[in-house]
Ligand binder design. Sequence first.
Ligand code: B12
Length: 345
Amino acid sequence: MIEWTRPHGKVQIVTPLHLNESVPRKECGNLFNELSMHYTIQMASQISGLSQHVIRIWERRYAALVPDRTCTNRRLYCQDDVERLTLLRRLTEAGHRIRNIAKLPTDELRQLEVPSQPTVTTTNGEAIVTEGLDTPEQFIEGCLAAAAAYEADLLRRLLNRARLQLGQRGLLHRVICPLIQKVGESWQQGLLRPGQEHVATGVIREILSSPVPGSQVAENAPELVVATPAGEIHEMGALLVAASARDLGWRVTYLGASLPIEEISACACARKATAVALSVVYPEGCQVIEEKLRRLRTLLPGTMAMMVGGRAAASYRMKLADENILWAGCLHELDRDLLKIGRGN
Ligand code: B12
């Protein structure tokens, strides 16, 4: 039996595999000497703190080590192998890329060691720093890395932690807003695969749609109906608007993307909403959209505010200048307008 103290203070006890216990030594010839201790991949995993999956990937993809094999082709790790795996884990957790260090001699790995930072090693064998994040930029970087590794749970944890550290406003304005834009751009430039973008968008949508734990809406809170007009499938701006309004104490009915104007107005009237917010992103300066916006204004009661924002909003502003529509370019302008409307002026 050996006792092994893990970096996070847990002590694990493992029983090393002596060659004479399970390896048909006669058949294997003199591969190992009789006193040496060897470990199965399960034991090497427990001792090194790496999953078996990561160990196999690091062997296969990066040739980080070549374990011996039993006659039945099971992997066998010696003490040096296990030390090497432990060093590789600590170094990747400290930010080294496995592909850069996998083939270095063990002595050089020892020299590279620096005090470790808490991290998560993803199923791809990459490390993502998860502790000591302070600034919105650090959170954004961590979230992008989590999305790139398809780590939805980690992404969710990072966003929830950002909310605890920066508050809901900080989360929305300083983390999620730039994060969505970065994810969109990275996806467009081919730096994120569609699946990675979907992981990010799915978790962000979930966070934006669910109420902040413990928050309550006042009985007499003003109500905002949020949607995008039929044909407009870009949804993230509308989701951000809905979350931001909720944070300002509004009750929000979120109708989602691509809804006919008549449906939006029917809902707003039935709810006796204080305001309707629409997000328009694409296309710009389109007559059909312009007509839809004009028509929505006529369908809504004159006392109900109508706000339009989004990337394409400016292209309709001039033509609809006389239509009693509020135009807001960004979330700060949205806040300004909602505070004004909520106060009733
Ligand atoms: C993701 C994305 C998609 C996704 C959308 C997924 C989804 N469910 O939302 C998919 C793949 C579906 C898509 C499709 C298309 N897309 Co697209 N898409 C993007 C991308 C990369 C990101 C958009 C995004 O989510 N941004 C993040 C949000 C948060 O930013 P935002 O919408 O600008 O909102 C901000 C403000 O505008 C404001 N805001 C937004 N709405 C509102 C509302 C109110 C009331 C207020 C106050 C504020 C506000 O708040 C946000 C924070 O500041 C952009 C490029 C980019 N970098 O933006 C292209 C982009 C928007 N898409 C574009 C195009 C052309 C298309 C397609 C036509 C592509 C195609 N050939 O099929 C189709 C559209 C089809 C259609 N019927 O509309 C163009 C639009 C070009 C233009 N100038 O008009 C862009 C700019 C890419 C480009 N550079 O060419 N797209």
